[in-house]
Design a protein around this ligand. Structure first.
Ligand SMILES: C[S@@+](CC[C@H](N)C(=O)[O-])C[C@H]1O[C@@H](n2cnc3c(N)ncnc32)[C@H](O)[C@@H]1O
Length: 189
């Protein structure tokens, strides 16, 4: 996980980001690879607790629980599991899967996209937050270069190319300055 000091400078308004990427009240949402809950808390408020939050790291889930409680929100279920097993561990299909700041490092992205499709309702959405594909030395926050290695970063069209064959259609790309974009793909039959 990135340190919270510069992470919160980079993402001053996670609630706004949830609106920008099309998370609507009433949706059932999966925060896939939720980490320490920075976005989980905003999600949980946005959908009044209809969130499943999954991460492999039990310690980060404990941090995320505190984060969500700190904003007075709740999560329907915390799931400590491997993302690749989401189809087996998630109790119901969801309207929206959020994957923030993680896809660039996934070893088998096509397989993960298929797993996401398997838990997403038809017409539902897969939203990803990613660092733009720009040199790491240019993505400076609080005086230091931040984020993944340059060669790991993905442009939006690269995400579409790998995710769409799993049964998605790119529906929206939003700029999230200074260094990120959001890409939303709709689940098709
Ligand atoms: C860079 S952090 C992003 C956390 C959060 N989404 C955010 O943007 O603040 C990546 C997260 O992916 C989780 N992770 C890595 N491999 C995983 C796997 N195979 N299954 C589930 N979670 C995994 C890590 O534990 C970590 O919390």
């Amino acid at each position: 996980m990135p340190d919270r000091d510069w992470w919160s400078v980079l993402w001053p308004d996670p609630a706004l980001v949830m609106r920008q990427i099309g998370v609507e009240p009433g949706m059932i949402v999966l925060d896939l690879c939720c980490g320490d809950g920075y976005f989980t808390a905003a999600l949980a408020k946005r959908v009044a607790g209809r969130v499943f939050a999954l991460d492999l790291d039990a310690g980060l889930i404990e941090q995320a629980k505190a984060e969500v409680a700190g904003v007075g929100a709740t999560v329907r279920q915390w799931i400590c599991a491997d993302a690749r097993d989401m189809g087996a561990v998630l109790p119901e299909p969801v309207d929206y899967v959020l994957l923030a700041n993680t896809f660039h490092g996934v070893p088998d992205q096509a397989s993960l996209a298929r797993a996401v499709r398997s838990v997403t309702k038809p017409g539902g959405s897969f939203g990803l937050l990613n660092w733009h594909r720009q040199p790491r030395e240019q993505t400076v926050v609080l005086g230091q270069p931040r984020g993944p290695k340059t060669e790991m970063r993905m442009a939006p069209d690269q995400v579409s190319t790998v995710v769409e064959p799993a049964g998605f259609r790119t529906s929206k790309i939003v700029e999230l300055p200074p260094f990120h974009y959001g890409i939303v793909l709709e689940a098709i039959d």
